[in-house]
Structure formats: C-alpha cells, structure tokens
Design a protein around this ligand. Structure first.
Ligand SMILES: Nc1ncnc2c1ncn2[C@@H]1O[C@H](COP(=O)(O)OP(=O)(O)O)[C@@H](O)[C@H]1O
Ligand SMILES: [Mg+2]
Length: 216
C-alpha cells in the first residue's frame, strides 16, 4: 500500500474524508482515543470549525436559511480553514503533535469543486493559500455508496445535506478522483464494513504510516 513520505515538519497531520454519513467522525473519535491512550500528543479538529471564529462560520455555512452563492461558500470554507490552520494546526504540527482532522481541504475540492462545479484549479489554489501549503501526511477516504450513507445519516439535514442526490454522486466521484491522483497520500477505506472492521483498517493504516515515517 503506497503511503506518503514523512514530511519535514515534526508533527503529523492525518485527515478523515468522505461524503456525509460515511463514518468519518466515528473513526476520527476512535482514532483520537486510541492514540491518546498510547500516550501520543494528539489533537482532534473538525472542519469547518474548532476555533470560535471557524465555528461561527460553520453555523453560517451549514445552518443558514438563506441561500449562499457557491463562490461565497468556497471563501467561507477557506476562511474557516485559514483561521484553524493559523491558530491550531500549524502550531501543533510545529510542536510535533499528531493532528487528526475530521474533514480538510479535499472536502472543499470534492464539494465546491466537483459538487458545485467551481473551477478546480482555483479551488486548489485557494486550498493552498488557506493552508500555507501544508498537506496532510496521510488521508483516509471513507468510501460508501450514497444510499447507505443517506440511511446512516438519519437526522435533520443541514444546508449542504439538502442538496439533491446528483450533487452527492459528483462529490463521491470527486473524492475518488482525488484519491486516484494522490495514491501515496490517500488511502481509500471501504466504509460499508462494520464500524469495528473499519476502525481496524484505520489503525493498521496509521500504524503502517508511522512505521514508514519511523515514528512508533
Ligand atoms: N461502519 C459503520 N457501520 C454502520 N454504521 C456506522 C459505521 N460508521 C458509522 N456509523 C454510524 O453512521 C452514522 C454516521 O456516522 P458518522 O461517523 O457521523 O459519519 P460522518 O462523520 O462521516 O458524517 C452514525 O450514526 C454512526 O454511528
Ligand atoms: Mg461527521
């Protein structure tokens, strides 16, 4: 399984990606508890959100009853990301911590690029601008057919979850396309399996990456 090479910064950034309901938060929470138990310095963040400013943007972008222009939406996600990067992720990585992110810029590429059909080159450029060029060391993509994801989601849909089915089909295909382009960074996990099976694969993948980075 090809994995990304250890990056020069002392910390490690691991991101959890996929469509709504695919099991990202379940896996990220469990990975956080597992790594903390092992004694690692680990931090769990979510996008959009985590910092007060980014959480305010999250409420705006996910809960607003008003329509939001697609370009404006893109900038809101990037604004939330820039704030989280500057105030938490970058300093934590510089201190050598493990940062787990429940969504990161691949979600912007998938949702705003493939889903909203905004210019992909511009989306990539803004992603780089918001992150200062930092890339995840490892990305876990939880891939799941739409029907199963929608069943699992259950609760009241947020503003994005109200989008039509075709939108989410584009988003899922977008994630798959991103994973094909960066096979060293992104590991695709079959999310149809049970939560335990999925988490075992998450652990194996993270352990393999740590061995490769010579960090145990
Ligand atoms: N592998 C799995 N099999 C069955 N149900 C799952 C699995 N992983 C998560 N779930 C359940 O599916 C729902 C959505 O999971 P969640 O982790 O919140 O997804 P996401 O954060 O990707 O939207 C939750 O109710 C969760 O308990
Ligand atoms: Mg979630």
């Amino acid at each position: 399984m090809p994995l990304p090479r250890r990056r020069p910064q002392p910390g490690v950034l691991i991101t959890f990606e996929g469509i709504d309901g695919c099991g990202k938060s379940t896996a990220a929470d469990r990975a956080f508890a597992w790594l903390r138990e092992r004694g690692d310095m680990v931090r769990l963040v979510r996008e959009p959100g985590t910092t007060p400013t980014a959480e305010a943007i999250r409420d705006l972008v996910l809960l607003s009853k008003n329509s939001i222009d697609a370009v404006a939406e893109l900038f809101l996600y990037e604004a939330a990301r820039a704030d989280l990067m500057a105030s938490q992720i970058t300093p934590a990585l510089q201190r050598g911590e493990i940062v787990l992110a429940d969504r990161f810029y691949d979600s912007t590429t998938a949702y705003q690029g493939y889903g909203r059909k905004l210019d992909l080159a511009m989306v990539n450029k803004l992603n780089r601008f918001a992150t200062g060029g930092y890339q995840p060391d490892l990305t876990l993509l939880f891939d799941l057919p739409l029907d199963i994801a929608m069943e699992r989601r259950g609760k009241e849909p947020d503003r994005l979850e109200k989008e039509p089915r075709a939108f989410f089909e584009r988003v899922r295909k977008g994630f798959q396309a991103i994973a094909r382009r960066e096979p060293r960074r992104i590991v695709v996990i079959d999310a149809t399996a049970s939560a335990d099976t999925v988490f075992n694969q998450v652990k194996r993948t993270i352990d393999a990456a740590f061995r490769r980075w010579k960090r145990t």
